[in-house]
Each structure stands twice: as structure tokens, then as C-alpha cells.
Design a protein around this ligand. Structure first.
Ligand code: 4NP
Length: 150
């Protein structure tokens, strides 16, 4: 069973912090001891809390994102985490570029854990403005991921 999971998106202020909070919530409810973190491939928002509209949509479902702060993913993360999970194909190709050879992390696309969603990635709500659609996918994929971990 993977013990440590890093979610990665572009800015680390919408999708990946939401995934971090949702998986943490599900793991706690099941009494699972997982290390969960998130990061962005970009550095524009480093040190900032999650985006306000994303926080509001998540809070409406009971997820508190307010204590999270954005950071940029680094090659070292592939040594520190068992599983690195990208939100979209662009994140995936950026991650492949910095993935050190021989590092232990397995790299996966988050949507692969939601095979019945009909989607090929988690669309970026910073641009689509559909924060609830992103959360729907994040919740579905987080449940699928947890089912595979258990
Ligand atoms: P995220 O969304 O990757 O889900 O955190 C974004 C947030 C901000 C930007 C891009 C994506 N941005 O370009 O500032």
C-alpha cells in the first residue's frame, strides 16, 4: 500500500489542494495513516493559500483548504513520495521532464482512478470557472484511489 501521495496541478491553488483535502478527509474517516501533500508545476502562487472561489466551493462540501499554502514541485519529490498524481496531461508531461531516473515514485493521472467519469483529465477550474465540476471529479477519483490503496 502506498503511504505517501503528492497531488500536482499547475498553480497548486485549485485542483491539487482540493485533492489533498478530499483524500485527507476520506483517509481520516477510514482511519488510514497516509501522508498527503500537493504542489504545482508553476511557481506563480508559491506561498499563497488556495484560490478564494475554490476554497468557497470546497468549504460548501465540508473541506477546509484555508491552512494550505502553494509550493512548487521538485525532482526531490519523486524520491520522497510513493505516488505522484497529475491532474491533467500538461502536468503529466511537465512532471515527466523533471522525474529523476530511478526515483521511487509512481507517476499517475488522477482521472485514471475515476474510470467512469467520461473525462480524460481534471479540467482547470481557474479557467473553466466550474469549481463544482472539478470537485465532483476530485471526489470521485479520490474514492477510486482509496479503493485501490486499501
Ligand atoms: P490549478 O489552477 O492548477 O488547479 O491550481 C490554476 C491556478 C492558477 C493558474 C493556473 C492554474 N495561473 O495561471 O495563475
Amino acid at each position: 500500500m502506498a503511504q505517501s501521495i503528492l497531488f500536482v496541478c499547475l498553480g497548486n491553488i485549485c485542483r491539487s489542494p482540493s485533492a489533498e483535502a478530499v483524500l485527507r478527509h476520506l483517509a481520516q474517516a477510514r482511519g488510514l495513516d497516509l501522508t498527503i501533500d500537493s504542489a504545482g508545476t508553476g511557481d506563480w502562487h508559491v506561498g499563497e493559500p488556495p484560490y478564494g472561489p475554490m476554497q468557497a466551493a470546497a468549504a460548501a462540501r465540508g473541506y477546509d483548504l484555508s491552512g494550505l499554502r502553494a509550493r512548487q514541485v521538485s525532482p526531490q519529490d519523486f524520491h520522497s513520495f510513493d505516488l505522484v498524481i497529475a491532474m491533467d496531461a500538461s502536468n503529466m508531461s511537465n512532471l515527466r521532464r523533471i522525474q529523476p531516473q530511478g526515483a521511487r515514485a509512481i507517476l499517475r493521472l488522477f482521472i485514471d482512478f475515476a474510470p467512469h467519469s467520461g473525462q480524460s483529465e481534471v479540467p482547470d477550474p481557474y479557467f473553466t470557472r466550474d469549481f463544482d465540476a472539478a470537485l465532483d471529479l476530485v471526489e470521485e477519483a479520490a474514492q477510486g484511489l482509496l479503493a485501490q490503496l486499501q
